[in-house]
Design a binder for this molecule. Structure first.
Ligand code: B16
Ligand code: MG
Length: 218
C-alpha cells in the first residue's frame, strides 16, 4: 500500500475569504472608477493578487507606473487584512473540521496549497495551523495555478508521491494544476464549472467519511 497525502486549497475550500477579497477589490475598483461585480470577482478566485490587479486595470483600460501599481496592490491588501483581522474558527466552512479530524486521527499527512500570501495568517486566525504538516502559500511559489508547482512542493514536503495525493480545490485553475500534477482532484463547488475534476461536491457536508477512507486507502 502507498502512503497517501491530502492537500487543501484555502479560499473557497476551508474558509470563504472570497467575500473579503471581493469587498477589498470593490473598494479599489470604485476608487478607480472601474465597474466591478461579484460575477467579475469569480475570475479572481485562485488567481494571485498581482495578476488580479493586472486584470482589473485591463478592464479599466488603465496603464500605470510600477510605483502606482505597487501602491494599489498594497492598498488592496491592507483593506483585505482589516477584514481578516476579526476572523475566528466560526468561519471555517461547514464540515471541514469533520474531514480534517478524521484524517488527523488516522495519521494521514495534510498540506495547504494556496495562492494567498496571507494563508498562514488566516490559518492562525481560525486555529487550523496544527493540522498541517506543510503550508505552501503564495510566498513560496513562482508559477501560479494552473501550474502544478504549489501542489508538487506540498507533495514533496509531505514525502508522498504526487500520484498518491488528493487535492481539494474550488477554482478551475486549481483543478487543472492538480490534474497536471497527476493527483486526484476533488472539486468543491459547481459540477458545471469544475468539469475537469475527478469528483465534485457542493461542499464538505456532502462528503462521506467512507469516501475519504477509500481515497486514503485506510
Ligand atoms: P492574497 P486560494 C487565492 O487563495 C484566492 O482565491 C484569490 O482570490 C486571491 O487573489 C489569492 O489567493 C491571493 O491572495 O492577496 O491573500 O495573496 O484559493 O489559492 O487559497
Ligand atoms: Mg480557492
Amino acid at each position: 500500500m502507498h502512503k497517501k497525502g491530502f492537500i487543501f486549497d484555502l479560499d473557497g475550500v476551508i474558509v470563504d475569504t472570497a467575500k473579503y477579497h471581493y469587498l477589498a477589490w470593490k473598494h479599489l475598483a470604485d476608487e478607480l472608477g472601474i465597474p466591478f461585480s461579484k460575477e467579475k470577482n469569480e475570475q479572481f478566485k485562485g488567481v494571485s493578487r498581482k495578476r488580479c490587479l493586472e486584470i482589473l486595470l485591463e478592464w479599466g483600460n488603465l496603464t500605470v507606473s510600477q510605483t502606482q501599481f505597487d501602491a494599489w496592490l498594497a492598498e488592496k491588501n491592507e483593506d483585505y487584512l482589516r477584514y481578516i483581522e476579526t476572523m475566528t474558527a466560526a468561519e471555517i466552512l461547514p464540515d471541514v473540521p469533520r474531514v480534517l479530524n478524521y484524517l488527523k486521527e488516522n495519521d494521514i499527512p495534510m498540506a495547504l496549497g494556496s495562492a494567498s500570501k496571507n494563508a498562514r495568517t488566516i490559518l492562525k486566525k481560525v486555529g487550523l495551523i496544527p493540522y498541517f504538516t506543510s503550508i505552501v502559500d503564495g510566498t513560496q511559489v513562482t508559477k501560479a495555478k494552473p501550474d502544478p508547482e504549489v501542489f508538487l512542493i506540498a507533495a514533496r514536503d509531505l514525502n508522498v508521491m504526487p500520484i498518491n495525493c488528493v487535492v481539494f480545490e474550488d477554482a478551475l485553475a486549481g483543478i487543472e494544476a492538480a490534474n497536471r500534477a497527476e493527483m486526484t482532484s476533488i472539486g468543491i463547488g459547481k459540477k458545471e464549472i469544475l468539469t475537469e475534476a475527478r469528483f465534485v461536491f457542493k461542499d464538505f457536508t456532502e462528503i462521506k467519511l467512507d469516501f475519504i477512507k477509500e481515497l486514503a486507502e485506510l
